[in-house]
Design a protein around this ligand. Structure first.
Ligand code: 13P
Length: 249
C-alpha cells in the first residue's frame, strides 16, 4: 500500500467565523482528489464551528494541545476536550510555538504522547533555523527533535503520527526549500524511521513538507519520492488551497 498523500491547512492565528466558514464552504463544494487526506487546522475558538461545517471527508485538527489531563491549566485545551468536540488531530511542535513560546523537545514529545494516548493523531512539526542550516546542522536538529518523541512512543504508535518537516527559514517567507533540499531531509527522516523505529514505520509514516508551499511549487515537490504531502500556512486561507490538495491530479 503506498502512503496516502496528506495535505494539512494550518490557519494559524488567522480568520473570523465568517472567513473560516467561507473557506470551508469552498472546500466542501470543490472537487478534491479523493486519494488525498485533507485536514484543516483553524484557531481553537473555531474548531467546533469547523467540525460542524466541514464535510465528512475533511478532518479537523487543533493547532496545539496540553500534555496534562483536565485540571487547573488556565488557557490550555486537553486531549479529552478535543475528542469530546470530535476533533481527531492536533499539531504538535510547530516552530512558532517552539520559538516564540519556548516549547522544548521534551514538552513537544509529552504532548505527542498524551495526544496519542487519548486517541488523537498528531502532525508532529520539526525543522531547523537558517542559522542551523547554514552551520550544516539540519539533520542533527531534526534527529534531535525526533529522538525526543521516540523516547515516549512505542514503534506501533508512530502509525498515529504524520511528520511535518518545516524548515523555519521557509515559513511565511516565500522562500520555499528546493525540491532537492526537501527530498534530502525527507529521505534522512525516513532513514531515521527505518533505523530507530522500524521498517514498517519507514514504509508507512507520512513525511510532509511545510514552508511557503503554493499552487505554483506544490506539483514539483509532490513528485519527490519521500514527500508525502504538505502542511500549508498562508495559502491554506486562499482558494489556491484546493490546487495544493489536488497537486497530484
Ligand atoms: P507558510 O505556508 O505560510 O509558509 O506556513 C507554513 C507553516 O508553518 C505551516 O504550518
Amino acid at each position: 500500500m503506498p502512503r496516502q498523500f496528506f495535505v494539512g491547512g494550518n490557519f494559524k492565528m488567522n480568520g473570523t467565523a465568517q472567513s473560516i466558514s467561507q473557506i470551508i464552504s469552498n472546500l466542501n463544494s470543490a472537487k478534491l482528489d479523493e486519494s488525498t487526506e485533507v485536514v484543516i487546522s483553524p484557531p481553537s475558538i473555531f474548531l467546533v464551528l469547523a467540525r460542524q461545517l466541514a464535510n465528512g471527508k475533511i478532518a479537523v485538527s487543533a493547532q496545539n494541545v496540553f500534555d496534562k489531563p483536565n485540571g487547573a491549566f488556565t488557557g490550555e485545551l486537553s486531549v479529552d476536550q478535543l475528542k469530546d468536540a470530535k476533533i481527531d488531530w492536533t499539531l504538535a511542535g510547530h516552530s512558532e510555538r517552539r520559538v516564540i513560546l519556548k516549547e522544548d523537545d521534551e514538552f513537544v514529545a509529552r504532548k505527542t504522547k498524551a495526544a496519542i494516548d487519548g486517541g488523537l493523531s498528531v502532525i508532529l512539526c520539526i525543522g531547523e533555523s537558517l542559522e542551523e542550516r547554514e552551520a550544516g546542522k539540519t539533520i542533527d536538529v531534526v534527529t534531535r527533535q525526533l529522538n525526543a518523541v521516540k523516547d515516549k512512543l512505542s514503534p506501533a504508535e508512530w502509525s498515529k503520527v504524520v511528520i511535518a518537516y518545516e524548515p523555519i527559514w521557509a515559513i511565511g517567507t516565500g522562500k520555499v526549500a528546493t525540491t532537492e533540499q526537501a527530498q534530502e531531509v525527507h529521505a534522512s527522516i525516513r532513514k531515521w524511521l527505518r533505523e530507530k523505529i522500524s521498517p514498517e514505520a519507514a514504509e508507512n509514516v507520512r513525511v510532509i513538507y511545510g514552508g511557503s508551499v503554493s499552487e505554483k511549487n506544490c506539483q514539483e515537490l509532490a513528485k519527490q519520492p519521500d514527500v508525502d504531502g504538505f502542511l500549508v500556512g498562508g495559502a491554506s486561507l486562499k482558494p489556491a488551497f484546493v490546487d495544493i490538495i489536488n497537486a497530484r491530479l
